[in-house]
Ligand binder design. Structure first.
Ligand SMILES: Nc1ncnc2c1ncn2[C@@H]1O[C@H](COP(=O)(O)OP(=O)(O)OP(=O)(O)O)[C@@H](O)[C@H]1O
Ligand SMILES: O=P(O)(O)OC[C@H]1O[C@H](OP(=O)(O)OP(=O)(O)O)[C@H](O)[C@@H]1O
Length: 213
């Protein structure tokens, strides 16, 4: 049995087609169901999926209740838990950016709203700025719109949320995408099953990129 902690929401939506192309079994009804654990046979073993909030996926993997996890590198980098990152799935792509109101651009940053306090602090220090971090749980743009902060440090995909709120990107900091991660001891103890998953995903991703068997 291999247990996979999957980040629900946008990550899951983008990962499912790749899972399908890789031929890895998954429950077709996990969208409609309120259940959080699903078990399904795959090859000569079985896969158990845990549907978790993205920010909780590293916890399940680090504690070893999940052997594998699927989650964005934004969360992995912010949490820095001990685990192996096996593969960049290349989906659920977006960018971690610094943004704000255009008129703030010429002023040095002082206050920054974000869901990623550690990454934001590290980034602004690397730029020679010591800023006050204002941690928020969501709708980060609001902080800049109403002038609570002069910068936000947040994910941008289409740019629609920024445009709708009169904000602009000041700097693109990191490329984000969904990653396959493994618990360290699972990686040793369940190497064959994990490799089977990994190789199926690598082959599917290579076919997508047009260089593949
Ligand atoms: N446009 C995007 N905005 C936010 N996250 C994105 C975007 N595109 C991909 N992602 C990935 O999806 C993850 C967030 O997914 P999602 O927004 O479904 O969960 P959440 O932050 O827990 O939100 P909620 O609390 O609204 O359910 C991010 O960590 C990131 O890796
Ligand atoms: O560039 P876009 O395509 O507009 O996407 C970016 C927006 O999506 C995310 O928010 P989400 O919808 O997850 O809500 P949240 O801010 O409450 O987490 C992110 O935090 C941005 O606000």
């Amino acid at each position: 049995m291999l247990t996979v902690a999957m980040a629900k929401g946008r990550t899951l939506d983008d990962v499912v087609p790749l899972w399908e192309e890789a031929g890895i079994a998954y429950p077709r009804d996990w969208d409609e169901s309120r259940a959080l654990v699903f078990e399904i046979p795959w090859r000569d073993a079985s896969l158990r999926y845990l549907l978790a909030k993205p920010a909780d996926v590293p916890t399940y993997v680090a504690y070893g209740v999940a052997d594998l996890g699927v989650v964005g590198n934004d969360i992995l980098l912010e949490q820095e838990r001990e685990m192996y990152e096996l593969f960049d799935l290349g989906v659920a792509r977006c960018k971690l950016c610094v943004a704000g109101r255009e008129e703030e651009r010429r002023h040095a940053p002082r206050r920054v709203a974000t869901k990623y306090p550690k990454l934001a602090d590290r980034y602004f220090r690397s730029q020679g700025h010591q800023v006050e971090i204002v941690p928020l749980a969501g709708s980060i743009e609001l902080a800049s719109v109403i002038g609570l902060t002069d910068r936000i440090f947040d994910l941008v995909q289409t740019g629609e949320t920024l445009r709708a709120n009169g904000l602009v990107v000041f700097d693109e900091v990191l490329d984000i995408s969904a990653r396959l991660v493994a618990n360290r001891s699972s990686y040793r103890m369940k190497h064959a099953e994990i490799s089977a998953c990994l190789h199926a995903l690598e082959a599917a991703a290579a076919r997508r990129n047009g260089h593949a068997p």
